[in-house]
Design a protein around this ligand. Structure first.
Ligand code: INI
Length: 156
C-alpha cells in the first residue's frame, strides 16, 4: 500500500493561458502583467504562442471576459489581473466584491483554474508594493498558481 500524492510542477510547455488585465490603475496592472508573462515564460517554459492577453476597462469587466474565454474551451487556465484601490466611496466595495465573486463563479462553473491576481488595497502604496516591489508581484504569483493548477488537474 502506498499513498498516491498529486502535486503540480511548474513547467507547462503545452498549457494554453489567457490573461485578462484591466486598464484602470494601468500603471499597476502593467507591472502585474509583466510579472505574469515573465513567470509563464521562465517558470512555465510556456511558448508565447500559447499566451493570449485581453485588456478590459476595469475590474468589473473581468468576470464577463473570463466567462467568454472559459466558454471558448481554448484555454487550460485563465489569469485575472487588475487593481482596485479604496477611494472615499462605496464603489470600491462593489468593484472589489463583484470582481472576486465573478472570478470564483467562472472557475467553478467551468471547472477551470482561474488565478486571481486582482489587487484590492487600501492605498496606492500598498498596490505598488504588490506590483513588483517590497511585497513581490501578485501577477507573477497568479501565473505561478495557474501553471501549477494546470498540471495538478492534468494529473488528477
Ligand atoms: N475599476 C478598477 O479596476 N479599479 C478601481 O479601483 C475602480 N474604482 O475604484 O472605481 C474601478 N472602477 C471601474 C469599474 O471597474 C468599471 O470599469 C466601470 O464601473 C465601468 O463598468
Amino acid at each position: 500500500m502506498s499513498i498516491k500524492v498529486i502535486e503540480g510542477v511548474k513547467p507547462c510547455r503545452e498549457g494554453r493561458f489567457a490573461i485578462v488585465v484591466s486598464r484602470f490603475n494601468s500603471f499597476i496592472s502593467e507591472r502585474l502583467l509583466e510579472g505574469a508573462l515573465d513567470t509563464l515564460k521562465r517558470e512555465g517554459e510556456t511558448p508565447e504562442d500559447n499566451i493570449t492577453v485581453v485588456w478590459v476597462p476595469g475590474a468589473i469587466e473581468i468576470p464577463v471576459t473570463l466567462e467568454h474565454l472559459a466558454k471558448s474551451g481554448k484555454y487550460d487556465a485563465l489569469i485575472a489581473l487588475g487593481c482596485v484601490i479604496r477611494g472615499s466611496t462605496y464603489h470600491f466595495e462593489v468593484v472589489a466584491n463583484e470582481c472576486a465573486k465573478g472570478i470564483t463563479q467562472v472557475t467553478l462553473k467551468y471547472a477551470l483554474p482561474v488565478a486571481n491576481g486582482v489587487l484590492t488595497t487600501e492605498t496606492l502604496e500598498q498596490a505598488v508594493q504588490r506590483a513588483g516591489s517590497k511585497a513581490g508581484n501578485k501577477g507573477s504569483e497568479a501565473a505561478s498558481s495557474a501553471l501549477e493548477m494546470v498540471n495538478v488537474i492534468k494529473a488528477i
